[in-house]
Design a protein around this ligand. Sequence first.
Ligand SMILES: [Zn+2]
Length: 444
Amino acid sequence: MKRRDFLGQAAAIAAVPLGAGPLIRVAPLLAWSRARPPAPARADGARVNRWLALFDQIGRTAGGINRVAYSEHDLAGRAFTLDLFRQAGLTPRIDAAGNLIGRVEGTDRTLRPIVIGSHIDSVTDGGNFDGPLGSFGALEVARTLGEQGRRLRHPLEVVVWSNEEGGVIGSKLAVGDFKAVDIDTVARSGKTIREGIGLVGGNVAALEREARAPGSAECYLELHIEQSGLLEKAGLQVGVVQGICGLRFFEVTIEGFANHAGATPMDERRDAVLAGARFTVAVNDAIRSEPGRQVATVGRVVPTPNTRNVIAGRVELTLDLRDLDAVKLERFADRFRRVGSEIGAASGTTFSFRESTRSTPAIADAAMMEAVEASASQLRLSHQRMPSGAGHDAQEMSHICPMGMIFVPSVGGISHSPREFTKGEDVVNGVNVLLNAVLLVDAR
Ligand SMILES: [Zn+2]
């Protein structure tokens, strides 16, 4: 998708208050009601829970789940998953980037595929649900459709993306975003991405040839655990993802003057730590001063010389800013710069900002959100629209096709942790929402 389309969509979504309005939408939207089958289909969610329990034994260490991309345990997880593809009647292949793909042909050969999937790699000392839920859920959808003799009009592609936790690498490469990936970077496993791709059966030389072109898929749908705890707090079963937040990361350097902590009078100090503390409070106040789900964090603060009896002459800190609305991100970035120079002027320090990372919000497609809502409504599951603060493979697929995501609650909003857990009933709900959303999209 072109940048301009993105900004147009971002502006459209900016007009919709994210945090406001009624939380639960019960009525399915009219656009979908005509295509609605008489009763919702049901997947074998218990089977997905069994797969998740078995998968929990792969890469489980004292610290948590360790299925870091391209590691020995990642390879074992991929072998397990390839077997699930075969059990679902799919003949899996590995694409150039190392992603696992299975395809079921539809009845209409002229239609583009509906793509569903997620990832199975983990962070270091992570959990068992972030990724595997959506991957196994997608495999179960394909298997249910086969077992129930429901043939889709569109081809159905199940994709298990490689190396999501290393920066959505598999999906980035699959959509041809080569500039964003340095394949000679050393990944968490200690191997470079290039070596890792070779190890898992990909082919770096074929990356460009195999890249998915814009418009080459009907849509992409991904089921994932929610990672912020909002659904659980609201007592809701399903999150309809509005998009994946864009982010702006800044390295802020504050220059003051290092001097003796005992001998320098209070009114003669140019204290970089004090200026950094004021800035941290000001960022927090500013980001909370208007409604919405925007977040800003000062996460790392490094004073120099970092000593008890010296007023710090310099502070380096990080500023992490995220939201679904690109215009709002820009506005807050400007505001934080202004706040820095005001605090600098008042405290005899100078602030300089270096932007280290920027990503554009990936907006979910309106029709995909409606399909997910209609699916949840058919299943009589409570739901709400919400942004995703975390990154997902869906953000990359949104560059080539309409994208939608389904969230189910994670207990306590915990993820990337051995304590990450999603209840069995929520696993079942998520898989059923994905299944019926696929059926609705197929029938429209
Ligand atoms: Zn994930």
